[in-house]
Design a protein around this ligand. Structure first.
Ligand code: ZN
Length: 290
């Protein structure tokens, strides 16, 4: 069976369906802490951030070492229930792998929209449907959409809810390339860059840093100044690069692959081959035949 590509977003998604043994999490977590400790004693990541990094590494480790028969999947219904409760309009219920590294679906970002916190959990599904039914109004006039939605759901939502939700494939590929092209002397380049920024803007970062994903909301609600917003935006990017750097480094040390996995394992996890890749494949076969 061939090796196939998946996005970093899919890797994180797998964390939600895979049964990860404790020892795997523990060794992943130790590896992360060792790298951070070799640079600093500062707490630059929050516990949830460390948890996602640990899970990504543990999943990568399992995908690189286990056979399709040995992959243990959590209760399928439980994981499906979990994704339905995600506060995004388009949750990915279909997991896809790719045959080509340059597949547009692997590289492109897609637009998603968050589901406002004001919508109670038991109405998420209803809101999702409502949003899709009224997406034309939303695209034409967001204010009008929220006025109408507020009346319908009897809540008050603040109208900054559009998010350019990266599928992280592009990010992963580009930072990966950057890391591969950097020499060993430059090892730890991003973490050092992040640390020097951290020292300069420690006060602001400590105030908001852990909530950097909420910066738009805080700015909108006048709970954050525009200067702080700029600092936190820069910090968010530095942190993202640092996380990629740490994960890539450990994967490299373990001599694992970062994006290429066995197709058989992906199928065992419930993934499907990307339709675009299949078309690209047929075209290249036809070309070869002509
Ligand atoms: Zn594809």
């Amino acid at each position: 069976m061939p090796l196939v590509y998946i996005t970093k977003y899919s890797l994180i998604k797998i964390g939600g369906i895979l049964d990860i043994p404790y020892e795997r999490s523990l060794s992943a977590s130790k590896a992360i802490h060792t790298i951070i400790a070799s640079h600093t004693k500062e707490k630059i990541f929050s516990s949830p951030e460390l948890k996602v990094m640990t899970m990504t590494l543990a999943v990568n480790d399992i995908l690189n070492t286990e056979t399709a028969d040995n992959i243990k999947i959590m209760n399928q219904r439980k994981s499906e229930f979990h994704s339905r409760k995600q506060r995004v309009i388009f949750y990915q219920d279909r997991l896809t792998y790719h045959y080509y590294k340059d597949c547009p679906n692997l590289l492109s970002d897609y637009n998603n929209f968050t589901i406002p916190v004001e919508i109670p959990e038991h109405r998420i599904e209803e809101y999702r449907q409502y949003f899709i039914n009224n997406i034309d109004t939303f695209n034409r006039n967001e204010e009008a959409y929220y006025a109408q939605a507020n009346a319908f759901f009897r809540v008050h939502m603040s109208p900054i809810k559009k998010s350019h939700h990266a599928n992280s494939g592009k990010e992963s590929v580009s930072s990966n390339n950057l890391l591969q092209s950097s020499t060993d002397e430059e090892d730890g380049k991003y973490i050092e860059e992040a640390l020097s920024f951290f020292q300069t803007y420690k006060k602001t970062i400590n105030k908001y840093g852990y909530a950097s994903h909420l910066k738009e909301k805080l700015l909108q609600e006048n709970k954050m100044s525009i200067e702080d917003y700029k600092i936190i935006t820069a910090w968010h990017i530095l942190k993202t690069n640092t996380k990629s750097e740490i994960i890539s480094k450990i994967i490299k040390i373990n001599q694992h692959s970062e994006q290429l996995f066995s197709e058989e394992v992906m199928i065992a996890l419930g993934f499907h081959g990307c339709a675009t890749c299949k078309t690209l494949n047929e075209k290249s076969i036809n070309k070869a035949l002509i």
